[in-house]
Design a protein around this ligand. Structure first.
Ligand code: 3PG
Length: 311
């Protein structure tokens, strides 16, 4: 019996690994495309509150249409579910808009270098808020993460305080989002895809009034005219691309969060940042100095040490 069953289990495990590998590769590729179009849009149209809102609106619309046409099964939601989703949605909204504000002020690579420090925030929040303690190597691994991010920040050629703070706020908000959403998804029958769809819709409702207050239709109309005059009518497609890819990469990341531990997720997320950092430096010809790149490399190596220490 054992001899017969073992290969089946191995086969299942291999299939699961391949599935997660495909999720990860898709997630990273979609994220690279999102980051490039998002930055192209922000360069011509520096209104991050509107672009963040449009990303959520586009995803919400795509999912509402998928449910209405039965391409995807609509989830059954009750008030208890919505209540547990609210803190996730608040954290998602803050993390999303803060990252976009950051990217409107600094190079994409810089935002993502600072965002590679997310594990340090995760330890800090787990320690200070949840009272968790970790083995010494975990704390030690934070030194290269924090030191590397600091080195990258002080040697950044186009440093900007809002750009830096936006990425830091995004780190903090996303740590809370990941803690709350893993809790919220546990034991629920809702799929990762539908969970993220509900999250998008709720975040859209939260963000819209703030976006209007922070920027507003007048600024948007003038900015849009400017962007179209600069880029041409194709500008609208850049906006569409950044919005669709934003939804897709997040949807795939939630589909993989369904299958893996938060730790594996955060390691996957850091590896995703390497592809974003490298591709955005190439595409946008971002000027970097060797010591700046060294800081980024140390921070990312620190994340690798962190994942080993946390096993
Ligand atoms: C956003 O706009 O939400 C950020 O670019 C997201 O950053 P992430 O890489 O942590 O998803």
């Amino acid at each position: 019996d054992i001899n017969i069953e073992l290969p089946v289990v191995d086969g299942e495990q291999a299939a699961q690994k391949i599935k997660i590998g495909i999720y990860f590769a898709t997630w990273w590729a979609l994220n690279v495309v999102f980051n490039i179009y998002n930055k192209k849009v922000l360069n011509a149209f520096p209104y991050p509150w509107l672009t963040s809102t449009l990303s959520l609106a586009c995803g919400s619309l795509m999912m509402l249409v998928s449910w209405a046409t039965r391409v995807a099964d609509a989830p059954r939601v009750d008030s208890e579910f919505l209540k547990s989703l609210l803190p996730v949605a608040i954290a998602h909204t803050i993390g999303h808009v803060a990252a976009t504000v950051s990217m409107s002020k600094v190079a994409v690579s810089f935002t993502h270098i600072i965002k590679s420090g997310e594990p340090a925030f995760s330890v800090l929040v787990s320690g200070l808020v949840l009272g968790e303690t970790f083995p010494l190597p975990v704390y030690l691994s934070l030194l290269p993460i924090i030191g590397g991010c600091a080195l990258a920040a002080i040697t950044e050629l186009n440093f900007n305080v809002i750009g830096f703070m936006g990425a830091m706020v995004s780190n903090l908000a996303f740590v809370f989002r990941n803690i709350f959403s893993k809790k919220g998804m546990k034991g629920k029958s809702i799929s990762g895809m539908n969970y993220y769809a509900c999250l998008s819709i709720m975040s859209l409702l939260i963000l819209t009034p703030f976006a209007i207050a922070m920027e507003g239709p007048q600024m948007w109309a003038a900015g849009w005219q400017n962007a179209v005059a600069q880029i041409g009518p194709n500008f609208v497609w850049w906006v569409v691309a950044q919005s669709i890819f934003y939804h897709l990469y997040n949807q795939v990341s939630y589909m993989s969060l369904d299958q893996i531990s938060p730790l594996t997720f955060s390691v996957g997320n850091t590896m995703k940042r390497i592809s974003v950092i490298v591709s955005s430096i190439i595409i946008f010809h971002t000027p970097i100095q060797p010591v700046n790149a060294l800081g980024a490399a140390i921070a990312i190596f620190g994340t690798f040490l962190y994942s080993q220490a946390k096993l």
